[in-house]
Design a protein around this ligand. Sequence first.
Ligand code: PEP
Ligand code: MG
Length: 756
Amino acid sequence: MIRDLAAGPRILLRRLRELTAEPLEPQERLDRIVLQIARNMVAEVCSVYVLRADGVLELYATEGLNKESVHLAQLKMGEGLVGTIAASAQPLNLSDAQSHPAFAYLPETGEELFQSFLGVPILRAGRSLGVLVVQNRAQRHYSDDEVEALETVAMVLAEMVASGELKKLTQPGQELDLTRPVTVTGEAYAEGVGLGYVVLHDPRVVVTNLLNDDVDHEVNRLSEALGSLRIHIDDMLSRREISMEGEHRAVLEAYRMFAHDRGWVRKLEEAIRNGLTAEAAVERVQSETRARMMRLTDPYLRERMHDFDDLANRLLRQLAGFGAHAAADAFPSDAIVIARAMGAAELLDYPRASLRGLVLEEGAVTSHVVIVARAMGIPVVGNAEGVAALTEKGDAVIIDGEDGKVHLRPAQDVQRAYEEKARFRARRQEQFRALRSVEPMTRDGRRISLNMNAGLLVDLPQLTESGAEGIGLFRTELQFMIASTMPKGEEQEAFYRSVIKQAAGRPVTFRTLDIGSDKVVPYFQAAKEENPALGWRAVRLALDRPALLRTQFRALLKASAGVELKVMIPMVTEVEELRQARMLLQKEVQHLSRFGHTLPKKLQYGAMLEVPALMWQLDELMAEADFVSVGSNDLFQFTMAVDRGNAQVAERFDILGRPFLRLLRDIVRAGERNNTPVTLCGEMAGRPLSAMALLGLGFRAVSMSPASIGPIKAMLLGLDVDTLSAAMNDALDRPGQGMPMREMLKRFAETHNIPL
Ligand code: PEP
Ligand code: MG
């Protein structure tokens, strides 16, 4: 080998930099690039294959093979040596290429003359975009340094492909893989359709300066950045608020281990010696790690590789002098944010008016960010694995919060279909908006009270937009869930005050803290529970920690000075709990009046009915409570013994089946008997068919997500509710099974022209 190993790639990279800056046509530029590489590496052949959208690797340029075969020679992904490299995202270094089992002979290229073969993948964020190959006539083994050098050079080509420059060279009807439409299937977390352009929440730092002028300087920069990264991780580990056990710590420990990993650091330094800047070196090594990660099937190892990937991102930001999220540049007016995971507060940092959707690679439907997104009316697709690596900032994207699909760079027909779907939804919303000021009165003259559920200030404008009568359920725990420290009494008071102010005279029913179970509050650490839904939560926790509940009562009372306060207690199991909580409320009332505070004009104290045990205490309950609100989400989960968050069982039993409807009817009858107002605020109130059933059972007040108010009003305006009640009672009382209730209700709606 003639060349100077250390200087070789650096000289080559410099030459390539000049070439990429010259005003050349893309083919000419590619031709010159392969010529340069061949010369520098003393290879007789250098070729570039680019991956097309149809999974074929097409020869885009060559020095040394038959030029006529450019754009003609093709190999499928996985086929031949080139296809193997692209599929495995690993280099192949062979002194006798033709004896390799994957070797496929392409007669048009004339490559039979060449025995030695070195090919490396052209990688971007771990994806193969093509393959770069050098070949020699004589049998030889390329050194590790040469492999390394060729991989470094491949980065320049990756930039070229990603920049879109090569698009001009595609043949009619063909597209490059990078621009290929891809559909990723995740899970539907929040309904709605979003059309827009990709914003990466954790943007990859785009390394534009690939090539260094001073190796020592870059090595120093790298070691400084690594130093601060290590200190930062140590800092996080020693911070008190991170519990000493658990996931969080395990992840940080893994980070620390990686940050000191000699092999990793050695690879980074090697890449710098080959001519890359520190940033480009991190990106190169990260891309290889990603490529390996994507091919791992062991979930534990994949998770560890994810940690490595995160660490590399942090290091890149450190080097580029970035803050945590430097995504502020040119935020599109219709943005779909793609994130691996995200905290609720981070979502609130984005400009609401421009947000069209959210895609999460991880997270659960009950995670805070999803609750907040739903409250904001933003469609969310979750569990969309690997989506961030498949996309670039600014790509067109459509997300469907109904079937959980993410369409990246959608084809025209998909685009058109979704535009139509979005138009249809908008038209319907328009129709519902027109109903805003129409009184919710059934055809036979029953007045129904339609209220909305809320939990954050971002929900409040929806009161006017939806035409809701008031807030039937204000989930106070949401404010606690998005805060990083426990909100103090004064903060709570100020928050409730602004809720009441923005509600502008419409009634608000505040539910006291329902934390525990899936509602995790980061600064409130309880012991790990086997069955958290049945565990230490809501009123149980509140009665054991009375200071928490008293602070909240006081804040609510002060914020409601001179107006009506409606407050209710979640997860009551025995009426005694309701009495005990009322005593705490009474103490706060006494305390405030002793100190001369203005009290609420009227105080209404209610219970949520979510635990079946209350079914056998209904009369006592209603004697104790001014009103009862049925939490059908939990009541159904506990009645049927099905976890509401477990997709495998959650849909197993029908909420409109006889057992649950009979139970609901018993509650309504107890309310009538005791003259106690009964409402319902679970998800079933927001779906037209089940809401219709609730009216048929005798409910006259319900609360739901604001987007459902319009459809529910449209349903009830044409409903003859007394006729429905008679039909339902008849069907519910009939011994034996008969027609399923859902079927009966659907038929009723059909024959009576009720829009569902
Ligand atoms: C319910 O359980 O039905 C309810 C409204 O409360 P949450 O969904 O907040 O548990
Ligand atoms: Mg509940």
